[in-house]
Write a new protein. Sequence first.
Length: 214
Amino acid sequence: MNGITIALSKGRIFDETLPLLAAAGIVPAENPEKSRKLIIGTNRDDVRVVIVRASDVPTYVQYGAADLGIAGKDVLIEHGGAGLYQPLDLNIAKCRMCVAVPAGFDYASAVRQGARLKVATKYLNTARAHFAAKGVHVDLIKLYGSMELAPLVGLADAIVDLVSSGSTLKANNLVEVEEIMDISSRLVVNQASLKVKRELLQPVIERFAQAIPA
Ligand code: PRP
């Protein structure tokens, strides 16, 4: 496509990206929560939005199926960032990556005693790096969602997951025992698009930069 394709995921990232798009003069024609369409037009003939899974945004941009995308730092660490230019931390969709355990579990003692912990997570790279840096022995169990369930049914001793309000942990009687990192979403740009479509992309990137929430 000659124009700009922007890859976004539904939910918080889409909602919090709307003001940034508006600042760049781009208004999506539909809300993906209401429509099942995966390609959404905008008020600009040369700009369209594609709706993909959050963890797939870097892949679409890496291969140039989308020129721009917005992806969480959590997702970008797992993807690795190949082929992606990451010019802006947009300071949206903020949360934190944490280690959490059942309320009664003495995590500090288990770590001190050198116990080998089973940890369930969607974020293998982040979890591996975190526990390796701390010298904690872990067996990582890959899950794709609902990580909070794993310790409740004996699949794992702990989880590594995103925490925003903390209500999911609380509702499942889990407590946060370590913060691994703060998370926010970043603008990612296909490196080839940036060269070929610079006149189209540069103004959008600049408007986004000016509209980043404090
Ligand atoms: C995320 C995350 C937690 C929850 C945290 O899941 O994995 O489960 O939100 O939010 P809270 O602290 O405000 O309760 P999400 O709903 O995005 O679904 P996912 O499992 O598909 O990632």
